[in-house]
Design a binder for this molecule. Structure first.
Ligand SMILES: [Zn+2]
Length: 258
């Protein structure tokens, strides 16, 4: 199977497979990036694990420079500086930097991946936006921090949205639906599903909610690039928590200024 489409390419490099955004590849002399596919699994892995070594080698970057926060579904976004190390980032779900050779890493199993790049200020962000982070607007927190810390103009920031559970499979009940409505005040992101076991089900379009939020932050719609891929629909090649529960591995997004 090849996941390539108008926004991404699917790369096979030996036994390592990953996707890359065509838009970010326009800056490949400044920036390395990838979103990993199976069999790479970055669940609970350190920078020295063979999985990190393989993907970093494929990208031509040094796995020693991986910075991996301990993600806990917060909206905490922190800045990576020259002497930062992974243990500096407990309870952190987004990293930003303008430093070269710092590999910002985040892992996912259905949650949304936001890769941010400002080619003018040459600053990046790698954000884990699960549904809890999404309703806490971690994407907005990250953009505002890039503006405050690096002087970015939101209109210059590119946001690439990685594979995630899409509306076709993001079935929730009243509690989660209510949180999305409270945050985004947008009925159009919610599709009413069937009643199962006496409970009304809903399908949420979290990606559209994120896109609209980013536009409100000042990003242009042409700078928001969606890979359009559902992790549940493509669980043969992507790790999915909905499908594999506690057995699920993790897909990884890596981004590094070079
Ligand atoms: Zn799906």
């Amino acid at each position: 199977m090849d996941l390539s489409n108008k926004n991404i390419i699917h790369v096979k490099n030996g036994d390592v497979e990953y996707i890359q955004f065509r838009r970010l590849l326009e800056y490949k002399d400044k920036l390395a990036h990838a979103y990993t596919l199976k069999p790479i699994d970055l669940k609970n892995k350190s920078k020295d694990d063979i999985n990190y070594k393989k993907i970093c080698m494929a990208l031509g970057i040094d796995n020693e420079n991986v910075i991996k926060p301990t993600q806990t579904h917060t909206n905490n976004v922190e800045i990576v500086v020259p002497d930062s190390k992974s243990t500096d980032f407990p309870d952190v779900d987004g990293l930003i930097t303008n430093q070269k050779n710092k590999i910002l890493s985040a892992v996912f199993a259905d949650c949304n991946s936001l890769l941010l790049y400002d080619p003018v200020k040459n600053a990046i962000g790698n954000i884990h936006s699960g549904w809890r982070g999404t309703v806490a607007k971690i994407g907005e927190v990250a953009v505002k921090k890039m503006v405050d810390v690096f002087g970015c103009n939101p209109a210059d920031i590119i946001c690439c949205i990685g594979p995630s559970i899409r509306q076709c499979h993001f079935e929730v009940e009243d509690d989660v639906k209510a949180l999305f409505l409270e945050t985004f005040k947008d009925e159009t992101i919610i599709k009413i599903g069937d009643t199962k076991d006496g409970k009304q089900k809903y399908y949420i379009d979290a990606v559209t909610a994120i896109k609209n939020m980013l536009i409100e932050c000042g990003l242009t719609s042409s700078n928001i690039i969606d890979c359009g891929i559902c992790t549940v629909c493509n669980n043969d090649i992507l790790h999915s928590y909905r499908v594999y529960k506690s057995e699920a591995g993790r897909n990884g997004a890596l981004m590094c200024l070079i």
